[in-house]
Design a protein around this ligand. Structure first.
Ligand code: PLP
Length: 395
């Protein structure tokens, strides 16, 4: 749903003409510093000290955040049951165990269930701002402080969103973003991790560059250098994303304007009920969320002429009961590297069932999303709203 055009083409051309695509290089030799510049601009946008651009996507961004926090075998991390499987797989890929919690009607992590799920081995929670909808970061961060656990925000579907005027990703100890092809900003694939914590940043940077110990800048590092993976960003990504960032305010303004039209014009109409929101102003406006009393009603509304709605229960990969590799403990390329078999994870909550979060499944069956397009014309918006009004009235 991102916008893309000449600006990106021009900036990528400059990188190619400079023949300097590796992110490391000396500006005196014509290196454009696109990845570095994007990181500075992204940190400034989010309102944090550090941003790390990562080629491995939001998944690697989440992994870098967890690695930065020192999370690994022996630790449990709470994730909501409604998110892309990558949120939970990032936890497993650093050797820790995901504990799955309920969402509430806002479509984000239920703080009450989160608190219930905190156990003696819980080290962190990952609230997910699904479909650009902000989680209740006030309650989540307060509970995390109370129980002394860390917060890593999964902002992969919410690039640029905010909660109570503060950008998503800046509420927790760290935040992760995705720039894959389905997101608000995109470089095809890619992601980022942000934090205010210098140690988390250093460890995340080390984790994402397998050659860290050979870099000159490590002279300034204060944490021990360990062997990491290779998620270094390219200059091409940096160049594209700097332009995507310039488009972000316009994208969000258009999405929010269209969402607000739906909310105002359909509010109180028969058969129409919007999902409650933790912060409607900070919502990215990617979707309008309708809720119904039953799945039958939701399906009738979604399928009505011109509505084009979808039920999140049908989205497969975003619903925990479809995360087969996790439910069946098939993790990694070698049994010895499977967190469910690691001695340090013995005694943690390793087992899942397909109906372990019944409230989440119930909500996902009664909810209808309409995905918004920032480039819809006025006539398209009006037609779409009218289709929803008719569909609600006919229920
Ligand atoms: C909520 C959520 N978390 C994590 C990810 C992983 O991001 P990526 O595919 O960029 O690794 C995605 C991507 O779709 C996502 O939607």
């Amino acid at each position: 749903m991102y916008r893309l055009g000449q600006k990106e083409i021009d900036e990528v051309s400059k990188v190619i003409k400079a023949k300097k695509m590796l992110r490391m290089g000396d500006p005196k030799t014509g290196h454009l510093q696109e990845a570095n510049r994007f990181e500075k601009e992204w940190a400034q946008t989010i309102g944090v000290k550090y941003a790390l651009l990562i080629s491995g996507g939001g998944t690697a961004g989440l992994m870098a955040g967890l690695a930065g926090m020192g999370i690994g075998p022996g630790d449990e991390v709470i994730v909501p049951g409604y998110t892309f499987m990558a949120t939970a797989s990032a936890v497993l890929m650093v050797g820790a165990i995901p504990v799955i919690a309920e969402i509430n009607e806002t479509m984000t992590l239920d703080p009450r269930d989160m608190e219930k799920k905190i156990g003696p081995k819980t080290k962190a929670v990952i609230p997910v701002h699904m479909r650009g909808i902000p989680s209740d970061m006030q309650q989540i961060t307060a509970l995390a402080r109370k129980h002394n656990i860390k917060v890593l925000e999964d902002c992969c579907q919410a690039d640029g969103g905010s909660f109570k005027g503060k950008r998503l990703g800046s509420w927790g100890q760290a935040g992760a973003y995705s720039f894959n092809d389905y997101k608000i900003m995109s470089s095809g694939e890619g992601g980022a991790m942000v934090t205010n914590d210098n140690k988390i940043y250093q460890r995340a940077a080390i984790f994402s560059d397998s050659g860290t110990n050979f870099r000159q800048y490590v002279g300034d590092y204060t944490v021990p250098i360990f062997l990491g993976l290779q998620f270094r960003a390219t200059e091409i990504m940096g160049a594209i994303l700097r332009m995507q960032l310039q488009r972000l305010p316009g994208m969000l303004a258009d999405l929010r304007r269209i969402r607000s039209r739906f909310m105002t014009e359909l509010s109180g109409k028969p058969g129409i009920r919007f999902a409650p929101s933790n912060d409607t102003k900070g919502d990215c406006g990617v979707v309008v969320t309708f809720q119904h009393d039953s799945e039958k009603e939701a399906r009738a509304f979604a399928a009505a002429k011109g509505v084009g709605g979808g039920l999140p229960i049908d989205s497969g990969k975003h619903v925990y009961c479809n995360w087969d590799p996790i439910l069946k403990h098939r993790i990694g390329h070698h049994p010895g590297m499977n967190p469910y078999r690691m001695p340090l994870n013995k005694g943690l909550r390793l087992n899942y069932t397909r109906n372990m979060c019944p409230r989440t499944l119930d909500i996902l069956k009664r909810t209808v999303f309409i995905s918004l397009n920032p480039d819809w014309t006025e006539a398209q918006v009006r037609t779409q709203i009218e289709a929803c009004r008719k569909a609600g009235a006919s229920l």
